[in-house]
Every structure is written in structure tokens, then in C-alpha cells.
Design a protein around this ligand. Structure first.
Ligand SMILES: [Zn+2]
Ligand SMILES: [Zn+2]
Length: 418
């Protein structure tokens, strides 16, 4: 009897599932925030080492990379993100997280894997085992990466900056998956071309001259300047950007003042922009600079006290999925999971820093897809990602995730043999 390679994948998945679920439970019960993924990285690297991979740790923070070389061929990298969120788990699961930690601002917060990164790591561990067991079926170098700090969109760039590719070689292709909270288990969702938005965050300080609330004529009120600035910023996307292009400009916080009868000296705001193209990004930033400076000048703020715009480290380029790479990966997955289970969707205004792994010179092609997580028998509406009630069908996601990613890798590194 002939055995197809994907049958071997399925057999391995069934065989490994109990131990993969136990790994998932451990990761789920012990979530760690971005830049604090020390134990998580240790658990994942141990799992990769046990599967036969040579693991390097401490890349760009707690990042890890496991390598399995089976001979000449291409180098393909698969990324799983490792961080959790400051969210209180409300799923009622027997293995729900009860962890709390001290966050980046010194506050005590609950922690939960509310974005499914525990599933991504479990799938990576499953893929590691399947690909090691099936190493006679492929030739090349497989690099499995545990990335820190995805939720702060800083970990991917940090790993590249810290010499990831000097350690593991420069990949020919980059793959990653994410759980999809709004699609049923068994589906695979993808977007060709620009698939998620670039995102950048800014701090904006607007200066005035503080004074007594009874004598506003002796002050320059930065609250009025900030209010005017916020309203004018709303015109950037609606009046300055091509209506066919995609752009978002959000003022996400405003802080100032401490007393009813005092005019403060400055206002602090936070801003976030989203874009699909570098031209739109540059226009948004120059418009923010122009509007903030001109409103302040109009209010009589001296040149040396004009607003200060600071770009934060937390930024992601637009993620562009390579059509040629998707042309190999998606049909291979479709052939195994079924035609109607693979769904093409429009680009998302959300962001993800996986694109930073490919933003080198020359760029490395990326393929990113999502796997459905909703139990079709569930009577509750599914909870969104980042919700304390996010409760995916773990078995379905793990099995389908390992299957889809392994099939994608075999399509890129192997030759299906019968
Ligand atoms: Zn997330
Ligand atoms: Zn996520």
C-alpha cells in the first residue's frame, strides 16, 4: 500500500497530541508578558532540543532559534510568538491562568495568553517533531523561532538586529501562523500581498505657559492648543490622504493638569498611525508635525517651545505576503485540508511585527496564514482575541496548525513521494 506524506503527518500528530496538549497546558497556565518570557523560552527551547534541534537562546531578549539541517536545499524559518497579555482570564477552564506579575510600569497585573501565542508555541513544537520524524522526506535547513515581545511589536526587529541570521543563516522563506478567533476550526485564512497594516506609535508633548485660571491672558493654555490640534488631526485622513489608500490616525490618550484653578504648562498625548504603504506613512507623520507646530505657533508659543513628537520603538512595517511563496504554500495546504476550508480575505488594519523578519536587504519572502479556532459545536458566540474569555478549541487548533504548517514546509523543502 502506498503511504502519502500527509498521512504520515497525521499519524505523527495523533501520536504526539497528548504530549503537545500537556505542553500547551503548561504554557497556558504560566503566561509571561512581553520582554519577560524567560521561563516560556526555556520551556520551548527544551522542547525543540528534545526533538533534535540545535537551539540558540537569548537572541534579541528571550528569543530562541532551533535548527535542523538535513542536507542541501533551502533554509525556511517558522516563527511562533511567545508573549502573553495583562488580561484577567475569565474562561473558567480547569487550566486557566491565575498568574499575576509586575508590568513595565511597576503595577501588579493579571497575565493571560489571550492572543493564543501558547497555541502557536505548541504548534511549533509539534511541527518540530513531525519534521524531525519525516526528515527522510525533505532536505534543507529548518529554523524554528520563538519570538519575544510580539504584543509590543518589537521582538522580531530585536532578533534580527541581534544577529539572528548570523546564527541560523539567512532564510529563503519565512512562515508564521496565528490563531483566528472568528473562524471555525479546520479553516485556514490568508491574504496575498499587503496582509496587515504597518503601525507606529508616538508621544506628543504640547507646551504652553502655565498660570492661574483667573488670569488666562497671562498664560498660553496648552489644553486649548491640544484640543484644536486633536480636531485638526482628524482632517489628515479625511482631507489629505487619497480616498483609495488606507490610513488611520488615532489620538489614543491625553493627560495634563492637576488643579481646578491652575492652567498647566504642558499636555502629553499618545498617537498611533496605521498604513499599507511607506508613502502614506511619511505623509501622516509630516502632517502631524506640520499641524502640531502651526497650531502652537498660532497660539503664540515661542519657536523653542514648539510641540515635541517622539517615535516609539513599538512599530511594525506593513506585512506583505509574497504571492510566489503563497502560490506554493496555499495550494499544498488546500490539497490536504480541503478546497472550501481555505479562505482568502482582504487585508487587515491590525498589525503584526512578523514582517520585520523579512525587512532586510534583500527582503525575504513571507507567507502568513491563520487557523480557525471556534468549536463548531459551541453554543456561545466566540470571544475576540485579547479578551479574558478567549477560549479556543485547543485540540482543533493544535492539530490543524501542525498539519497546515508541516504540509507547507514539506511543499517548500521536500518532494511529496509515494
Ligand atoms: Zn495579540
Ligand atoms: Zn497574537
Amino acid at each position: 500500500m502506498k503511504i502519502a506524506c500527509h498521512d504520515l503527518v497525521d499519524r505523527m500528530i495523533e501520536q504526539e497530541y497528548p504530549s503537545l496538549f500537556s505542553l500547551y497546558r503548561t504554557l497556558h497556565q504560566h503566561p509571561e508578558l512581553s520582554e519577560m518570557e524567560e521561563q516560556t523560552a526555556l520551556t520551548l527551547s527544551t522542547s525543540l532540543e528534545t526533538a533534535g534541534y540545535t537551539v540558540t537562546t537569548g537572541i534579541g531578549g528571550f528569543g530562541i532559534a532551533g535548527v535542523l539541517d538535513t542536507g542541501p536545499g533551502r533554509t525556511v524559518l517558522v516563527r511562533a510568538d511567545m508573549d502573553a497579555l495583562p488580561v484577567l482570564e475569565e474562561t473558567g477552564l480547569s487550566y486557566a491562568s491565575t498568574e499575576t506579575t509586575v508590568d513595565w510600569n511597576g503595577r501588579s497585573v493579571p497575565v493571560m495568553h489571550a492572543c493564543g501565542h501558547d497555541l502557536h508555541m505548541t504548534i511549533l513544537a509539534g511541527v518540530a517533531r513531525v519534521m524531525a520524524a519525516l526528515q527522510d522526506w525533505w532536505s534543507g535547513r529548518l529554523v524554528l523561532v520563538g519570538q519575544p515581545s510580539e504584543e509590543r511589536v518589537s521582538g522580531a526587529a530585536a532578533m534580527v538586529r541581534d544577529g539572528l541570521y548570523n546564527t541560523v543563516g539567512t532564510p529563503d522563506a519565512l512562515l508564521a501562523l496565528h490563531v483566528a478567533a472568528e473562524y471555525p476550526v479546520g479553516t485556514v485564512i490568508y491574504t496575498e500581498g499587503v496582509s496587515s497594516a504597518g503601525a507606529e506609535s508616538f508621544d506628543l508633548k504640547i507646551f504652553g505657559v502655565g498660570g492661574h485660571a483667573a488670569h488666562p491672558n497671562k498664560a498660553i493654555d496648552p489644553i486649548v492648543i491640544a484640543a484644536e490640534t486633536i480636531l485638526l488631526l482628524q482632517t489628515v485622513v479625511s482631507r489629505e490622504i487619497d480616498p483609495q489608500a488606507f490610513a488611520v490616525l488615532t489620538v489614543s490618550s491625553i493627560h495634563t493638569g492637576s488643579k481646578h484653578n491652575a492652567i498647566p504648562g504642558e499636555v502629553e498625548l499618545t498617537l498611533n498611525i496605521r498604513f499599507f504603504s511607506p508613502g502614506v506613512r511619511d505623509h501622516l507623520i509630516s502632517a502631524i508635525e506640520r499641524i502640531t507646530a502651526s497650531v502652537a505657533r498660532g497660539a503664540g508659543v515661542p519657536e523653542e517651545r514648539l510641540p515635541m513628537l517622539t517615535l516609539l520603538d513599538e512599530s511594525a512595517p506593513p506585512m506583505i505576503c509574497d504571492p510566489a511563496l503563497a502560490g506554493v504554500v496555499i495550494p499544498a495546504i488546500r490539497a490536504v485540508v480541503g478546497e472550501e476550508q481555505v479562505i482568502a480575505v482582504p487585508p487587515s488594519s491590525g498589525s503584526e511585527d512578523f514582517g520585520a523578519f523579512g525587512a532586510v536587504d534583500p527582503p525575504i519572502p513571507i507567507c502568513y496564514f491563520r487557523v480557525g479556532s471556534v468549536d463548531p459545536n459551541s453554543t456561545h458566540p466566540p470571544a475576540f482575541l485579547h479578551s479574558g474569555k478567549f477560549s479556543p478549541d485547543a485540540e482543533g487548533v493544535i492539530k490543524n496548525g501542525v498539519r497546515a504548517m508541516s504540509i507547507a514546509l514539506l511543499a517548500l523543502l521536500g518532494e511529496e513521494r509515494y
